[in-house]
Design a binder for this molecule. Structure first.
Ligand code: ADP
Length: 412
């Protein structure tokens, strides 16, 4: 292991839980969520670190009222700024002379800065590290996710109108390719509650985040409304959740923190994967004769996508398809494809049948919500509404983050 990586590992070892806050693009409220989440966790009595590594627009110091604070350190360590009793903060902004210095980093510099932050910030013992990552799915969040390889997972922030775009799906696929668990999606700027009459107006329409999360098979966590107090609190450097804890929005941030408190770390957020592994080995043990299950365990498959096909293309008739294509994905690429005859049609059989064959994602044309739930109960995610393309083409498109899910033909 390179010396730098070892240094990062050693520093991060002292932190119990690491949560990455990601977004498909900038300006959706990622830093707002990261700050209020970190502050709410600290208010719950946890020792928290907040790392602002959004090198294009580091806004955390301003939001916490510590802009321009000098940082101290030794030859090979930097000390975070203490904010209150339980919160320590480090931001790329502290390294810039003026707060509005343009941050134009060349690729290797960005990588170096990210590594330096992770390796040199002396956090000490922490319960939680919340990381405000750069937006998008490019090299910068990739570097962070790879360097913090044991993160509990990612909270993905979006706004309702963005979900019509492909950004958030890309973000979820990005996590999947890195085996980074998606803790869930937060829909920010979701509707506006009038402070005078309380009436809610859907300015950007809301609910898109929820249905997208459902489609992608990831948890939907919270809807945060457009709230003028968030802007004024940020401008004053006083986190909203501390200034207005009793408001609806204050309670939403607290509820997000409660979700993170319930994670229980690697054994928690990563447990879905672990459950799947447990299930797989149970199937392997119970069915010593079951060649398919044994074959799966040998290959150490991380993603296995099942697609119902007829004549070499996805068929809309999920329950009555002739065959299933089982496509293994490793390190973001197709690693192998197997075509198996579908079992005779029997209601309720397929979740178990596909589960035994190691499938953890299904790409389908149409599927009713009851069937979808049965698959989810078995830890299999369903992406319904896909076009009738050849299966490998569908998986390539999915891995590129471009799989368009249209109407789910059976959504009744
Ligand atoms: P990002 O980190 O995604 O670039 P920020 O958290 O910096 O986004 O938010 C962008 C701007 O939107 C900030 O001025 C912030 O105060 C404001 N903002 C974020 N969430 C809300 C909200 N729910 N209601 C009103 N303003 C918000």
């Amino acid at each position: 292991m390179p010396a730098d990586d070892k240094k990062i590992k050693d520093r991060l070892k002292k932190i119990k839980h690491k949560v990455l806050v990601l977004s498909g693009k900038g300006g959706v409220g990622k830093s707002t969520v990261a700050v209020n989440l970190a502050v709410a966790l600290a208010a719950a009595g946890k020792k928290v670190g907040l790392l602002d590594i959004d090198i294009h627009g580091p806004s955390v110091p301003k939001m916490l009222g510590v802009q321009g604070f000098p940082i101290h350190g030794t030859k090979d360590s930097i000390s975070p700024i203490e904010v209150g009793d339980n919160l320590r903060v480090m931001s790329i902004a502290f390294l810039l002379k003026e707060s509005d210095d343009a941050v134009i980093w060349r690729g290797p510099m960005k990588y170096g800065v990210i590594k330096q932050f992770l390796g040199e910030v002396e956090w000490g013992e922490l319960d939680y590290l919340v990381v405000d990552s750069p937006p998008g799915t490019g090299d910068e969040p990739l570097t962070i996710a790879q360097l913090i390889s044991d993160a509990d997972g990612a909270v993905i922030v979006t706004t309702p109108q963005d979900v019509a775009l492909i950004d958030v799906r890309k973000c979820i696929n990005f996590c999947r390719q890195l085996s980074l668990p998606v803790i869930g999606v937060v829909e920010n700027m979701s509707g506006f509650s009038c402070p005078h009459c309380g009436e809610r107006t859907e300015i950007f329409k809301s609910g898109g985040g929820r249905s997208m999360a459902e489609d992608m098979g990831v948890p939907f966590l919270e809807q945060i409304p457009l709230e003028p107090g968030i802007v004024s609190a940020s401008d004053l450097g006083e986190p909203y959740v501390i200034k207005f804890p009793e408001t609806e929005t204050g309670k939403i941030f607290a509820s997000l923190a409660a979700t993170i408190l319930r994670l229980g770390g690697k054994e928690g957020a990563r447990s879905k994967g672990a459950e799947m592994e447990k299930h797989k080995s149970k199937v392997d043990k119970e069915s010593g004769q079951n060649g398919v299950a044994q074959e799966n365990s040998k290959k150490d498959v991380s993603i296995r996508i099942a697609i119902p096909i007829t004549d070499g293309r996805l068929t809309m008739h999920f329950g009555h398809c002739k065959e299933f294509a089982l496509i293994d994905v490793e390190a973001g690429k197709i690693a192998g494809t197997e075509t198996v005859d579908a079992p005779d049609h029997q209601p309720g059989l397929l979740p178990e049948w596909l589960g035994e064959r190691g499938a953890n994602i299904i790409i389908a044309g149409g599927m009713g919500s009851r069937a979808k739930n049965l698959f989810r109960d078995r830890g299999i995610e369903v992406l319904a509404g896909a076009p009738c393309d050849p299966p490998e083409q569908l998986v390539e498109t999915y891995l590129a983050g471009n799989l368009e899910l249209g109407d789910n033909a059976c959504d009744h």
